[in-house]
Design a protein around this ligand. Structure first.
Ligand code: AMP
Length: 254
């Protein structure tokens, strides 16, 4: 049976009673898909207990409309997590996670300036702050993050090392649809023709086009390109299809 915990205080009491250190943690924003589930499965394999959180973190959204439009499907998510035999699901609200009113923030000044950080001011500070809070509450031995958000993964790894947090950060490969589009909660906002076009973004990243050629191609296909970059031995990109923003990356040279 999966236990759902909605109060921070209740969770802190439960956490003290857990008599194993083999705890795996998967933080999410919900509207779960096979990408999230792959993280859960890996945690289940490697730990005695697996804890998942669902929290649509307002501080990491740099656009109010993106936060409002973010898909929320809690009943469905609970069903999926129960089917995976997750032990605890944490559903905390903003008030309890931000007793400080977001006056205390965790930020990084180098990796986070570039790419997503440049196009989404404040995004990574929101991410690092909430991940710190969640890691401090859960105190897991291992925490699982997707390579889909590669820059985020690098930042979290760097933060955990810089702040001497005792948790192992584990990266999991990006799960894709058969047409190669990386699974993402935001994909459900795509209409049929946008969804079809979106696959060209993944295919383009995996193609032999140079960065410049790829930007030209994506633009001619109707994407608005924020960036295509080669960094950290990966090719990373962010594009808009109308008002929906997609990000993806692939190991370089593939
Ligand atoms: P989110 O709910 O979007 O905040 O994602 C929660 C976690 O799932 C993050 O570590 C993401 O990187 C990871 N994730 C999201 N999409 C995928 C995917 N397609 N494949 C693997 N991991 C993913």
């Amino acid at each position: 049976m999966m236990t759902i915990v909605t109060e921070v205080n209740d969770w802190q009491k439960i956490r003290k009673t857990l008599n194993t250190t083999s705890l795996g943690f998967v933080p999410t924003m919900g509207h779960l898909h096979e990408g999230h589930i792959s993280l859960c499965k890996r945690s289940k394999l490697e730990n005695e207990l697996t804890i998942v959180s669902i929290f649509v973190n307002p501080t990491q959204f740099n656009q109010a409309t993106d936060f409002e439009n973010y898909p929320r499907t809690l009943d469905d998510d609970i069903e999926k997590l129960s089917a995976e035999k997750i032990d605890y699901l944490l559903l905390f609200d903003s008030k309890s996670l931000y007793p400080d009113n977001y006056e205390v923030q965790v930020s990084e000044t180098e990796i986070g300036k570039d790419l997503e950080g440049a196009y989404r001011p404040g995004h990574f500070t929101g991410v690092l702050t909430v991940v710190t809070k969640l890691l401090n509450l859960v105190l897991p031995m291992r925490a699982y993050f997707g390579e889909k958000d590669y820059q985020q993964y690098l930042l979290i790894k760097k933060m955990v090392s810089a702040l001497f947090m005792s948790v192992e950060i584990i990266a999991c490969e990006t799960v894709r649809a058969p047409d190669l589009l990386a699974l993402s909660s935001r994909n459900s906002r795509l209409n049929a023709s946008q969804r079809e076009k979106a696959a060209l973004f993944a295919k383009g990243l995996q193609s032999n086009y140079s960065g410049e050629e790829l930007i030209q191609q994506l633009t001619s296909w109707g994407f608005k390109v924020d960036y295509v970059a080669e960094k950290w031995q990966r090719r990373l990109g962010a594009v808009w299809l109308d008002d929906i923003r997609l990000i993806d990356n692939i190991p370089f040279g593939r």
